[in-house]
Design a protein around this ligand. Structure first.
Ligand SMILES: Nc1ncnc2c1ncn2[C@@H]1O[C@H](COP(=O)(O)OP(=O)(O)O)[C@@H](O)[C@H]1O
Ligand SMILES: [Mg+2]
Length: 371
């Protein structure tokens, strides 16, 4: 006979019941992001479990400290907190050093927002992975685009020059061959032209001329590409525009920006269903998004946010990690160049591109500098 020992401790039998007011604490302590709140004097008044872990200190100790005692004295976090307090706005900064002797150097993404209290309090959110990963990915995309750039340059030199010789010879031959054989020399010329067109399409990667840097009204760019889409590849789509009319101008090259948004609208149009397909184009001003320019210490301020959102089936999981790489495509006859070109241009302008995708909702978000 088998006997099962029942717990004798009554407390184990009764599931603990939680009062609703316990939940905010439980939720905050379950978050993977570290959350710290400080009062108007930067004294720590709250730290969740992830913050304790990140800072290597318990809240019991942290609550006796000031922010300037737990991060390096030159940490930008202190500056960001002051700025957020003065501006009354949310500030995001990538790769801020919040390390201390307990934990060493830690670079992390920081969102700083004013607390909705009367005491100039500030809420600090320290994010360990996601955005940093996005940036790393972005840099990888740029390097992928760069390697294609090298290849395109090589192709242009090594293929286009002999091609012009082949075409010239075929044209000369066509004078001497019989009428019966002439279609063959014509075929050679046509195919040579086709290869040249293919190489021309790759030329955007070899274009090392600096793009012009003019003040550009991004809404006029979006209007333009929307009109092109509505009259061409996006006839079946309903376009919804949600623009912030007070948006300042961005700095960039109009032609290049048109190419960016045309590619994104084309992909979105190809992704949405033939009936009920919707593409939402939004613009917004985000006070605080800043990041370090790759390879420098320069901080870029990227407050203009443009999103292209579609209600298509989403990006297929097999290519999700690599959509920004050249030659990655799921389309019959697709080139896989669209997003690689987009990434290269956005990078050259000094912006960021990010993508989130689920079935029924894909968002391409582009952050750009303002004039
Ligand atoms: N809005 C989108 N929805 C779903 N999948 C997308 C979307 N945009 C891009 N993709 C995926 O990314 C791939 C690469 O896109 P792109 O670089 O423009 O090349 P192409 O359009 O020639 O395939 C596409 O083949 C498609 O699978
Ligand atoms: Mg495409």
């Amino acid at each position: 006979m088998c006997s099962i020992k029942m717990p004798t401790n009554k407390k184990n039998l009764v599931p603990p019941t939680l009062a609703p007011f316990d939940y905010p604490d439980i939720i905050l302590n379950s978050l993977s992001d570290a959350i710290i709140a400080v009062n108007g004097e930067d004294n720590i008044i709250f730290a969740n479990a992830a913050a304790e872990q990140l800072l290597g200190s318990s809240f019991r100790i942290l609550k006796r400290k000031n922010l300037d005692e737990i991060v390096p004295f030159d940490s930008q976090l202190l500056l960001l907190v002051t700025q957020a307090r003065l501006k009354g706005a949310i500030i995001t900064e990538y790769e801020v050093n919040i390390g201390n002797p307990n934990i060493g150097v830690v670079n992390i993404d920081v969102h700083v927002s004013p607390l909705l209290d009367e005491n100039n309090g500030i809420l600090i959110q320290l994010q360990n992975r996601s955005i940093a990963q996005k940036i790393n990915k972005r840099q990888t995309h740029r390097s992928a685009a760069r390697s294609v750039s090298g290849m395109a340059e090589m192709l242009a030199h090594e293929i286009k020059n002999p091609l012009s010789g082949i075409k010239g010879s075929a044209q000369l031959l066509s004078h001497d061959v019989s009428d019966e054989d002439r279609p063959l020399t014509n075929l050679i010329c046509e195919e040579v032209d086709r290869i040249c067109t293919l190489l021309d399409r790759m030329e955007v990667f070899t274009d090392h001329r600096r793009m012009t840097r003019n003040a550009i009204n991004i809404h006029s760019v979006l209007e333009h590409v929307k009109t092109l889409a509505e009259n061409g590849f996006g006839k079946h789509v309903e376009f919804i525009e949600l623009y912030d009319p007070s948006l300042p101008e961005t700095i960039g090259d109009r032609g290049a920006l048109i190419q960016v948004f045309l590619n994104l609208l084309k992909n979105a149009s190809e992704a949405v269903p033939t009936s009920g397909g919707k593409i939402t184009m939004t613009t917004a001003y985000r006070q605080g998004v800043r990041m370090t320019a790759p390879g420098t210490n320069e901080k870029l301020h990227l407050p203009l946010e443009v999103c292209i959102i579609d209600n298509g089936g989403g990006i297929s999981t097999e290519i999700k990690e690599n959509i920004f790489d050249p030659f990655v495509t799921t389309k019959v006859g697709g080139s896989g160049f669209g997003l690689a070109i987009v990434t290269k241009i956005v990078g050259d302008i000094g912006g960021i591109i990010e993508c989130e995708s689920d079935v029924g909702k894909t968002i391409f978000k582009i952050l750009l500098p303002a004039v």
